[in-house]
Design a binder for this molecule. Structure first.
Ligand code: F0G
Length: 465
């Protein structure tokens, strides 16, 4: 085969298609409609060339070759290689022109050991992959670089999303980088100021709707049918392809031996679906030999997936009226529930729900390990404690928590926590006081005198366990 013919066949083998998860209808990738034209269900990206070993060879998808290529790219200053998403472009849908990629050098996020949290949960090997260390402070950037690049390639002038805050911050940033306009629909009074201020700074047209997240989604669906805007919510299949790379990075960090458990917060369920898809694909491609169990944790007040699994065995979505202080996951009718059920079943994972007090305690424990995260991410640790008690996670197994958002995304929650105000006037006030007080470090207002500060220091020294 000539060089030209070989690279043409490589490209062909790498071509992706969009397949409906409901009726299975397939069409070639294109960045227009994010739902199936026939039945309205969600689409997913599939790679037909991967289905045969000849196809995989033609696409250059040899496991050890890929590992080496991805490792080498870490020393490159090429924008695509510097991105922790596009560094793995062999397992992503290809753009017709790589110059369309919009990157903020997302991904490449750290994996930290969590010794204090490990003790609290009762496991010996506990790690956090901190997706809150992405450019806009959340995991959304890894998906946004992919989907926004496809929007640019599709020639869209407007991109749009409904959001609990992080998606809007991320989308607005990527749109601004490419000179696209962005429309953000957020539930009024239900997203944090930090996230809202990001969308404003990046120039989004920001509408605070008098409804919840699920209501914003409904309005957006209608807007997208009437106006030429490209939807960048996680129903967008390209978003999930980008978000897959966090799992690939994680496996690379563990030298291609999967941890026993990966634990993810669940909201609209795009992230768990994406990570699960990646683990399954990495196994199919021979990059790992065993899958991690992927489990999803939700807040008790926004527990649609937990109820769906427990009450219908994952067959029928049970929507709920969502209520939680972890505003990022205040979602009652998760769009990607079918995809999430599939990866839970395929990896042997489970679901769990956690209370508001459990979330607040876990967040403080993650902070005390010198890491920190936003409340929605802390459900992972709170959930892990319950999975250990249930015996689902054994104490000698390795566990990775996916921390999805940065501590600075929601300073209000943290301040109220340390001032002891978080549960004031609620039914959980008493419980919160007994469980959370030892973790609180309220700021002190003092006279500007060294004597006073020295006294505080001496008192703190004596009080330390
Ligand atoms: N953690 C954080 C910090 C989030 O912002 C979200 C979702 C999730 C977890 C849940 O991820 O939806 O993929 O299951 N935030 C979306 C948003 C909905 O609009 O920012 P999921």
């Amino acid at each position: 085969m000539t060089d030209q013919a070989a690279s043409a066949s490589k490209l062909e083998a790498r071509v992706s298609q969009l397949r409906c998860i409901g009726c299975g209808a397939v069409r070639e990738s294109e960045a227009t409609n994010v739902r199936c034209a026939q039945c309205g269900d969600l689409l997913e990206v599939v790679y037909p060339g991967w289905e045969t070993s000849a196809g995989m060879r033609a696409a250059g998808l040899d496991a050890s070759g890929l590992k080496e290529l991805w490792r080498q790219r870490r020393t490159s200053y090429d924008a695509l290689d510097e991105s922790g998403v596009w560094r793995f472009r062999e397992v992503l849908p290809a753009l017709s022109d790589w110059n369309h990629v919009i990157t903020l050098r997302e991904g490449n996020t750290p994996v930290y050991e969590l010794p204090g949290c490990g003790r609290a949960a009762g496991v010996q090997q506990l790690y956090a992959k901190h997706q809150g260390m992405n450019p806009t402070g959340s995991f959304k950037d890894t998906g946004m670089t992919a989907a926004a690049s496809f929007a640019r390639e599709g020639g869209f002038r407007w991109v749009a999303c409904a959001s609990t805050g992080n998606t809007s911050a991320s989308m607005a940033a990527y749109a601004a980088r490419a000179g696209m306009r962005s429309l953000v629909l957020i539930p009024q009074g239900q997203i944090t100021w930090g996230k809202l201020s990001q969308a404003l700074d990046y120039g989004a047209v920001t509408c605070q709707l008098k409804t919840d997240f699920d209501g914003c989604m409904r309005v957006l669906d209608e807007v997208a049918q009437r106006m030429p805007v490209y939807l960048l919510n996680s129903v967008n299949p390209y978003r999930l392809e980008g978000q897959k790379t966090a799992a690939v990075e994680l496996l690379e960090r563990f030298e291609w031996r999967a941890p026993d458990h990966v634990i993810v917060p669940g909201g609209n369920l795009g992230n768990s679906s994406a990570l699960g898809k990646a683990f399954l694909e990495m196994k199919d491609l021979g990059l790992i030999s065993a899958l991690p169990k992927l489990s999803v944790i939700q807040a008790e007040g926004a527990n649609a997936l937990v109820r769906t699994m427990c009450e219908t065995g994952g067959k029928k979505l049970i929507s709920v009226h969502a209520e939680t202080m972890a505003t990022a996951i205040r979602i009652g009718s998760p769009a990607s529930w079918k995809k999430a059920v599939r990866v839970l079943e395929a990896t042997g994972g489970t679901v769990e729900q956690v209370s508001e007090v459990e979330i607040a305690l876990a967040k403080a424990e993650i902070g005390a390990d010198g890491i920190g995260c936003e409340p929605a991410s802390a459900v992972t640790l709170a959930g892990l404690k319950k999975l250990v008690k249930r015996g689902f996670v054994k104490k000698n197994e390795s566990v990775v928590l996916i921390l999805t958002g940065n501590l600075l995304k929601d300073p209000d929650f943290t301040l109220k926590f340390h001032r002891g105000d978080l549960f004031a006037g609620t039914a959980q006030e008493e419980e919160a006081e007994s469980v959370l007080t030892p973790r609180q470090h309220a700021p002190m207002v003092l006279d500007a005198s060294a004597n006073t500060v020295v006294k505080v220091l001496q008192h703190a020294e004596r009080a330390e366990p």
